[in-house]
Structure formats: structure tokens, C-alpha cells
Design a protein around this ligand. Structure first.
Ligand SMILES: *Cc1c(COP(=O)(O)O)cnc(C)c1O
Length: 443
């Protein structure tokens, strides 16, 4: 703690010399110097930090700055960095081989761990990323229903497959406009984008496109564009209206799966989706995605059925070993109860501080996810309610937190994650620095 500092004086910038050098070099090789856009730190101050290692809730960058990490690789690291069980499982597998392109017992083991602890899917298919899982789920929905159109929500991210790189036009129910160059207009025409938390829009979409909609896809809890907590009532209505219209409901649980609880958002809402996609946590930090559904639906997938989907590295043994080690910890009694309680305490103390100081910022939370919204609104349920100008305040907070050794994702639209590895001491330290950063922002 830097209590001797005046609360309203910006903390001196940490050295980013080595990171800056590495970034210069990276720019020669990669577009924007990165292999995934948000890593370029375009929405916050300074050069991106190049991370060298992580242990538990801590990471160290190339300049040897240490941080308490709340990004957690964007969600996968629910057990923190360098977890003993995962490391041992991965190391043991390494000496046996990295990949065979043939079935292994490890795939059975991970599938059994998941399916025997999840009431919402009967069969699963492993892929290598969340994007791939969602892309395959959409194909399955279209193949099964023999319909082409899909409905998505403004403010939900589902990876970067063509059908889903669309954003809303103006109006209640609109065909998507492509949100990336290179997506054919014809693809966007098959995707309808509506606002979250809007029953009227849902009703209108099914009136207008009766018998054409293959599926509606929603994030278990929208957490890629702020944390847009939906009401249970709305989600139940979504289930009802899709069923009535013979459309499938896809829960994209790439973030919420194994995060809201082992059974994710489906159990949280007590809703049975038709298809569920997973990613992030399921591979314990290795590249794994998956989609699951009933036996009947999954029988449409090749080689049983006519919906083609394959992968050279699908079910990769090293990745499966990491997933198994992770799921074994997650299925221990009280795992989620403890993690969520830890988060609730952290969040409520920050909330109390904000209220005491009357700062115009909110901290929204569910399970071990949290999000700072610089707003005076009591709730934010849809993307259009986020004020883009408020991101300037996030930038200030982000820089101050980095300088104080607290690592948040480099964009105010991104949520924070708390892991099993965050100790009470980590959270107390982080909280003090967050208070000071808020004092600076609002000072
Ligand atoms: C991260 C994410 C994806 C994409 O997963 P990748 O592994 O990055 O391809 C899809 N859907 C949701 C909800 C996500 O959070």
C-alpha cells in the first residue's frame, strides 16, 4: 500500500521498457503486433505488457513487474496460474505423446466427468476453441431444423465465425450488418440481431420470420460487452417462445460454463437449452471447446448424421489432461460456494466504498465475475445502455491499477474474474488499490 501518497496523485508509471521493445519487434511479425486484437492495449494507456510467467493469482511481465491478475487469460484460469494438479497432469501426458489423431481414453474420462455432473447435455463433441464450438452448434441447429436464419443479441459475443460477426442495424428487428470486412452480406442476411432484455423484439422476430428461424443464441450471461445481467423471467420467456416456434435455443456458455457453477447458466436459470457450447475453463488453459446436446440432436453430427464437423487436434490428449485435472477440482464439494462467497465479499466491500464516497460507478457481479460500469444507472441490461464516453474513466483506472500492481483486462467492456487461487490477502491488497484508483478517477 502506498498510503503515504496523496490519494489524488497519479502513481508513477511502471517501467515497460522490455515490453515496449518486444512490442516493436512483434509489430514486424503480426498485424498490430498481436495474435488477438484486444491484447494491443488500444483502449487503454501505454504499450501492451508482455507476460513472462504466472503463479497462483500473480503474473510477472518482461520488466519483472508483478501484478495480481484479474484477467485470468479472459476466464479459463478458474484455478489460477501454474496450478499443481493441472501442471502435473499435463507433464505426465507430455512424455506419452502430444497428439495421435486417434481416440484416447482421456477423451472418455473428460466427457464422463462433465456429462455425469451436468443434467443439461447427454452427448458432447470436443473441438479446439469457443469459436469452433459455436460455429458447429449453429450448423447443427440449421441441419436439424432445416432452417437457415439465426437470431443473436446485440452485446453478445460468440467468437469470430462469419454468421456471428454481425451487429444490429437500426430498428426493433433488423437483419445484421456485418461487423467485419470479409463477411459476405448474404451471411449477415441470415442473422437477425435484436436487443437483450426486450420481449417485444423477441415476439416481433418470431412474427416476422415464422418458420424460418433455426436457433436463437445467447450468452449464458452476456459478459463480453460489459456484464449484462438478464432477468430469469426474460430467459424463461426466451425458452418458451423458441419452443413454441420450433426454433432451438443455444446457450453459449463459453464463459459461464463451469463458472456460474459446474452446470453453468443452464442450472442457474433452471432452463434446458437445446445446445450448449463450452470453451475457456473446460481446457484449464489449453485450447479446448465443446458443444453438447441431447442424444437425439447429437446424432445429427457426423459420422452418425449428416452435419459435418471434424478437427485434426480435437480431443487433444494434453488439452484433455488439463481439462480433466480442472474438472476434478471443480466437482469437489463447496468449490463454487467458496469461490462465489470470496467474490461476493470483495465486491460488496468495493460497493460500500463507492456508495460511501458517492462515486458515479457501479460494480456488477455474478458468481466469480465482476464488472465496473462508470454509470449512475442502477442496472445495465442491454448494450445500448453503456455510455462509450465512460470508457475514458476506465482508462484512467486501468493505468493507475497497473501502476499499483493490479492487472485488469485492457478494455472497459471486459469483465474481471476471480480464481480459486486468489487469496484473502490478494483480495484485500487489490481492494485497497482499487479504492485508491477510484479516488484518483473521481478526485
Ligand atoms: C471467448 C468466447 C467465445 C470465443 O471463444 P474462443 O476460444 O476465443 O474462440 C465465444 N463465445 C463466448 C461467450 C466467449 O466468451
Amino acid at each position: 500500500m502506498t498510503q503515504q501518497n496523496s490519494a489524488r496523485t497519479k502513481t508513477a508509471d511502471i517501467s515497460r521498457e522490455k515490453s515496449a521493445q518486444l512490442f516493436e519487434k512483434a509489430k514486424q511479425y503480426f498485424p498490430g503486433g498481436v495474435n488477438s486484437p484486444v491484447r494491443a492495449f488500444k483502449s487503454v494507456y501505454g504499450t501492451p505488457l508482455f507476460i513472462e510467467r504466472g503463479d497462483k493469482a500473480h503474473i510477472w511481465d518482461a520488466d519483472e513487474n508483478e501484478f495480481i491478475d484479474f484477467c485470468c487469460s479472459w476466464g479459463p484460469l478458474i484455478l489460477g496460474h501454474n496450478n499443481d494438479q493441472i501442471r502435473e497432469a499435463v507433464t505426465a501426458q507430455l512424455s506419452k505423446g502430444l497428439s495421435f489423431g486417434a481416440p484416447t481414453a482421456l477423451e472418455n474420462e473428460l466427457a464422463e466427468l462433465i456429462i455425469s455432473n451436468n443434467r443439461f447435455i447427454e452427448k458432447i463433441r470436443f473441438v479446439s476453441s469457443g469459436t469452433e464450438a459455436v460455429m458447429s452448434a449453429i450448423r447443427l441447429a440449421r441441419g436439424y431444423t432445416k432452417r437457415d436464419k439465426i437470431v443473436k443479441f446485440e452485446g453478445c459475443y460468440h467468437g469470430h465465425s462469419d454468421s456471428l460477426l454481425v451487429k444490429a442495424g437500426s430498428g426493433l428487428v433488423t437483419f445484421g450488418e456485418t461487423s467485419s470486412a470479409g463477411v459476405p452480406k448474404a451471411f449477415a442476411d441470415e442473422t437477425i440481431v435484436i436487443a437483450l432484455n426486450d420481449k417485444e423484439a423477441l415476439t416481433a422476430v418470431f412474427d416476422q420470420f415464422k418458420d424460418q428461424i433455426a436457433a436463437v443464441i445467447i450468452e449464458g450471461v452476456p459478459a463480453n460487452n460489459g456484464l449484462l445481467l438478464q432477468t430469469k423471467e426474460y430467459i424463461h420467456y426466451l425458452r418458451e417462445i423458441t419452443t413454441q416456434n420450433g426454433a432451438l435455443l443455444i446457450f453459449d456458455e463459453v464463459i459461464t460454463g463451469f463458472r456460474l457453477g459446474f452446470e453453468g447458466a443452464a442450472a442457474y436459470y433452471d432452463v434446458q437449452p437445446d445446445i450448449i457450447t463450452y470453451g475457456k475453463i473446460i481446457g484449464g488453459g489449453m485450447p479446448v471447446g465443446a458443444y453438447g446436446a441431447s442424444k437425439e440432436l447429437m446424432s445429427c453430427i457426423s459420422p452418425d448424421g449428416s452435419v459435418y464437423q471434424a478437427g485434426t487436434l480435437s480431443g487433444n490428449p494434453v488439452a484433455m489432461a488439463a481439462g480433466i485435472a480442472t474438472c476434478k477440482v471443480l466437482t469437489q464439494p463447496d468449490f463454487y460456494k467458496n469461490l462465489n462467497a470470496k467474490t461476493e465479499l470483495f465486491v460488496s466491500e468495493i460497493r460500500n466504498y463507492i456508495e460511501e464516497k458517492n462515486y458515479e460507478v457501479k460494480i456488477f457481479t455474478i458468481a466469480s465475475i465482476f464488472w465496473f460500469a462508470f454509470t449512475d444507472q442502477e442496472a445495465i441490461l442491454k448494450a445500448s445502455e453503456i455510455d462509450p464516453n465512460s470508457m475514458e474513466l476506465y482508462k484512467l483506472m486501468h493505468r493507475e491499477l497497473l501502476n499499483r500492481g493490479i492487472y485488469f483486462g485492457p478494455s472497459g467492456y471486459e469483465v474481471g474474474f476471480i480464481s480459486h487461487a486468489h487469496t484473502n490477502e490478494d483480495l484485500i491488497t487489490a481492494k485497497q488499490h482499487i479504492f485508491a484508483a477510484l479516488d484518483l478517477v473521481f478526485g
